[in-house]
Design a protein around this ligand. Structure first.
Ligand code: ZN
Length: 218
């Protein structure tokens, strides 16, 4: 295995939210493509089709069952992508042992400052959870605040996602990340054919000589 072969995809949407295939169809396709680890991250949102407070347990349990069913063939993880533009109360998330929680749009919103402190508080309350930012764009963070944001990200070990669907790593702020930051890679697949497409993230890592061990495994 060369150092730049990563056979994992940690950002996938099934028909629990706005994806077009079931979790089991994604799993079978993943096995066919020799992907070693996949993490489902269906939306938790009031604006988009997705997991709701009522269906969260069903979603979580379904993926957990598939995890066991396919354990010999592929590693499956259960995550969730939290839309911070509509979900403002994160308390329910704490009841589940998610493998990965991705908060999306945090830095895209005019209220990013407040939301970022909520995420910080959540990561403080649940220090053992893998918490990150989906397709992170530090678009509203000013120079004056950037160091502060980075120090919270490092202190709380928060994950910055490299997302093929958004090419977010072309953001100029990525020039300022350092060797402490942890990354995750994901395709943002909504269709089967998109599963495992992390080529953009791999190019980014290679171009910048970022060692592979800074990309999280679950
Ligand atoms: Zn997504």
């Amino acid at each position: 295995m060369t150092s730049f072969e990563i056979k994992r995809d940690f950002h996938i949407h099934t028909n629990f939210s706005d994806g077009f295939s079931s979790a089991e169809e994604f799993i079978n396709f993943g096995i066919e493509k020799n992907i070693e680890q996949i993490c489902f991250t269906d939306h938790y949102s009031y604006f988009k089709p997705g997991v709701t407070d009522e269906t969260m347990t069903h979603y979580f349990d379904t993926i957990q069952r598939l995890k066991e069913k396919f354990a010999k063939k592929i590693q499956i993880f259960v995550g969730i992508e939290v839309d911070t533009s509509s979900v403002t109360d994160f308390s329910k998330l704490g009841y589940y042992s998610w493998d990965l929680i991705l908060f999306e749009y945090v830095f895209n919103l005019p209220t990013w400052d407040r939301i970022f402190s909520e995420v910080r508080k959540f990561s403080h309350d649940f220090p053992n959870k893998n918490i990150g930012f989906a397709h992170t764009r530090f678009s509203r963070v000013t120079h004056a605040k950037f160091d502060e944001v980075m120090s919270v990200i490092r202190e709380k070990n928060l994950i910055i996602e490299l997302n093929t669907g958004y090419q977010n790593y072309l953001d100029r702020w990525f020039n300022y990340l350092d060797e402490e930051n942890r990354f995750s890679v994901g395709s943002d697949a909504h269709y089967l054919e998109q599963l495992g497409n992390i080529s953009g993230a791999l190019n980014f890592l290679k171009r910048r000589n970022i060692p592979i061990d800074r990309v999280i495994e679950l």
